[in-house]
Design a protein around this ligand. Structure first.
Ligand SMILES: [Zn+2]
Length: 494
């Protein structure tokens, strides 16, 4: 048995000004890894791709791995990048294989295609119409029919933060291998509801997503090969953005349809519970200081939830950090401000130097009518490093991250981590890489919405959700939706 196994992962925020060339898929290198380099990068990690490799090995299959391409979320993927990645995968399939296993995101938008994954799958099917295709998908998939019509098995993450990527790869991979070995006949039903759940209300520890995901696992215990609710990624102005579901059964299309509809109806009934109410920043700052005064067991976490790079934020807006500086917070850290230029200035000044910088705010955000607003900050260059670290987990465990040249600017009250590549803080190893012990702090600002919970929540003495500025805003009034289908809740009162 010969399997083509590959990865193409990008969540596209169509409002983001952050460009997405091929280099963004290279995790610190110049090109995304291929062949044995890709296997070395992912074997033994928590990625769905790693599960595919393990399953293939256990089945004694020959593996061809043409490319493993994963990038932090940002604006639409450049056509040249998509053509390169899709071209590698299609070329491998054209050489002949018995099955295809793909580690995809599900919310990729390119300069040309609003459904990048659907376009890739359509091309593969055109080359090899009879070859079964199994895909692992992110919970933030915006599901198009093209994806379902051109694949055999779809399985999505059941956790947010995403700590079950490997398990999702197992669900998709096992169902596909069962088909190839003649022990199952997977059949799928999928569908959508016209709703755009707010990301801040999508955590799988919180109701209503907790109950939806629990019902998926229950269906799998009752015989489904895979059951998935995709909460969708709303900061994408494309026709089919929003919540969807897919259920795979063993040769029982009626049950797949019934279960899929049950999940969709459950979600629709809870649509109001997926709406996030934004608190004014001044109230959040006051609340953070009240909580800190109450002798908490760990740092008060201030979530700068409008500007997280795992949703395509520029990660350089200064609104929340500026409020912290204005409030004179002490024993604090901020992770992180994306500003390669400021890092270079600090490198030129050298360790221990006192510098005054125009920090952050380098990127304009025309989609929400904002110019970048830097802030003048004075501090001491406390640390300089290459920014490489390997995740401890539980999310994406074992995978490498490349923040690029990185500096810590110490203002006296706040240690500000300044990075040259986007990386969202969800893993303790990111802090170890810059010599910061979060548990010793009074305040910890994170540019994150939900993913920080994976590796850092257990440390938090309190959490305050701070509405800053950025293209990851949960205020849909700021986003000029033109292409998403209407009516859709809560943009329309249905
Ligand atoms: Zn996601």
């Amino acid at each position: 048995m010969k399997l083509v196994i590959a990865q193409m992962k990008h969540e596209t925020n169509t409002f983001s000004p952050v460009p997405t060339p091929l280099a963004r898929f290279a995790t610190g290198g110049s090109m995304p890894p291929e062949g044995k380099d890709a296997i070395a990068a992912y074997r033994g990690t928590g990625a769905a791709l790693a599960a595919f490799l393990d399953l293939a090995e256990a089945a004694g299959a020959e593996v061809v791995l043409p490319i493993a391409a994963s990038a932090w979320p940002s604006g639409p993927v450049h056509d040249a990048a998509f053509e390169h990645i899709a071209g590698r995968i299609c070329d491998a399939v054209a050489q002949g294989c018995d099955g295809v296993l793909l580690d995809l995101h599900g919310a990729m938008v390119t300069q040309t295609y609003s459904d990048g994954e659907g376009e890739l799958l359509r091309r593969i099917r055109a080359i090899a119409p009879q070859v079964p295709i199994g895909i692992a998908l992110d919970m933030h998939t915006n599901l198009y029919d093209t994806m379902g019509n051109n694949s055999t098995v779809m399985a999505g993450y059941q956790t947010y933060p995403h700590v079950d990527m490997y398990g999702t790869g197992q669900r998709a991979g096992k169902a596909l291998l069962a088909l190839l070995q003649g022990s199952a006949r997977p059949t799928m039903a999928w569908g959508r509801k016209p709703m755009l759940p707010h990301v801040m209300r999508q955590g799988s520890d919180d109701s209503p997503n907790r109950e939806l995901q629990a019902r998926c696992r229950e269906m799998e215990a009752q015989g489904a090969l895979s059951a998935t609710v995709f909460v969708g990624f709303p900061n994408a102005d494309i026709h089919d953005a929003g919540l969807s579901a897919v259920v795979v059964t063993d040769n029982d299309p009626t049950r797949a349809r019934r279960w899929c509809d049950e999940l969709l109806d459950m979600a629709w009934a809870q649509r109001q519970a997926f709406v996030y109410k934004i608190e004014p920043l001044s109230e959040s700052m006051a609340q953070a200081q009240r909580l800190a005064a109450g002798k908490p067991t760990g740092p008060i976490v201030l979530l700068d939830h409008s500007d997280n790079c795992a949703s395509g934020g520029t990660m350089d807006t200064m609104t929340v950090l500026g409020a912290m500086l204005d409030a004179g917070l002490q024993d604090a850290a901020a992770f992180a401000i994306f500003d390669p230029e400021a890092v270079q200035q600090m490198m030129a000044a050298g360790l221990g130097a006192e510098v005054t910088l125009s920090l952050g705010g380098k990127l304009d955000m025309p989609s929400i009518g904002l110019k970048g607003q830097p802030r003048v900050v004075t501090g001491r260059v406390k640390l300089l490093c290459d920014g490489h670290f390997r995740n401890r987990g539980p999310m994406a465990s074992g995978e490498m991250n490349a923040m690029g040249p990185t500096a810590v600017l110490d203002t006296g009250g706040i240690q500000i981590v300044v990075i040259s590549n986007h990386v969202e803080p969800h893993d303790l190893a990111a802090f170890e890489a810059v010599g910061i012990s979060p548990d010793r702090l009074k305040f910890l600002m994170l540019k994150s919405r939900i993913h920080w919970r994976a590796g850092l929540r257990s440390l938090a003495g309190g959490v305050v959700e701070c509405a800053g500025t950025g293209v990851c805003t949960s205020d849909y009034d700021l986003l000029a939706f033109k292409h998403v289908r209407r009516p859709i809740y809560p943009l329309d009162a249905i």
